[in-house]
Design a protein around this ligand. Structure first.
Ligand code: DHB
Ligand code: MG
Length: 214
């Protein structure tokens, strides 16, 4: 009888424990925040993509407890910076604490409030980015994608978490706003002519797209 491990569990067990990220998860739990940080395997992918793309300016939408922020910061060069947008002050405070404990305090700037307001402000300031990680309210994913394309340097990478929404996105009987908008986002990541996309079905689904240079 084969052990009933998922493919993700089998592969995840091959890695050494990551004490920094384990502490982040403990902090999230201790503060009664939702335990929905990005999957460990995708966290490693974030670090690798920042590193191999040479991204200097990274934008994250949705900080939660700082787990993905640390993964992104780990891949940045010496002069690289992460801007992290978070709706809730208490989440941003915990994320900042975790980022400081991980040694990346000087690399991360938090902006608190509605992400759509922060995106507008970043545009007004002329800020542009090499990589985006979208992991916030699912009903706004198509809006966040449009902003990411607007704020992208040519060739920038755009990533989005939770394409599958625990399987809801694949169930045609699910017709709620968040699921509908997530399907719209996923389709754009696959087919928008401005993008070159890849969709990964592991964990809860991750989209990666490169903004075409034209
Ligand atoms: C859930 C997971 C996420 O990664 C997220 O961003 C939002 C919700 C969830 O499993 O409910
Ligand atoms: Mg997520």
């Amino acid at each position: 009888m084969a052990a009933s491990l998922t493919p993700e569990q089998y592969l995840e067990a091959l890695f050494e424990t990551d004490e920094t990220l384990d502490r982040v998860k403990e902090g999230i739990r201790a503060n009664n925040m939702p335990e929905i940080s990005i999957a460990a395997g995708y966290g490693r992918l974030l670090t690798m993509l920042v590193r191999i793309s040479g991204a200097r300016d990274v934008l994250e939408i949705g900080a939660l407890g700082g787990y993905s922020g640390i993964c992104l910061a780990r891949g940045l060069p010496q002069d690289g910076k992460l801007v992290s947008l978070e709706l809730k002050q208490d989440y941003a405070d915990l994320a900042r604490k975790h980022v400081r404990e991980a040694g990346f305090e000087g690399k991360v700037e938090y902006r608190i409030g509605e992400a759509l307001d922060s995106l507008k402000a970043l545009d007004a300031e002329g800020r542009r980015f090499d990589m985006f990680f979208i992991d916030a309210d699912k009903g706004n994913y198509p809006n966040y994608l449009e902003w990411a394309i607007k704020l992208a340097r040519p060739g920038a990478l755009i990533l989005g978490d939770n394409l599958l929404m625990r399987g809801k996105a694949m169930n045609s009987e699910e017709k709620g706003n968040a699921v509908t908008k997530m399907r719209q986002f996923t389709e754009a990541m696959a087919r928008d002519p401005r993008l070159e996309g890849v969709l990964l079905p592991a964990y809860d689904g991750l989209a990666i797209a490169r903004v075409r240079e034209y």
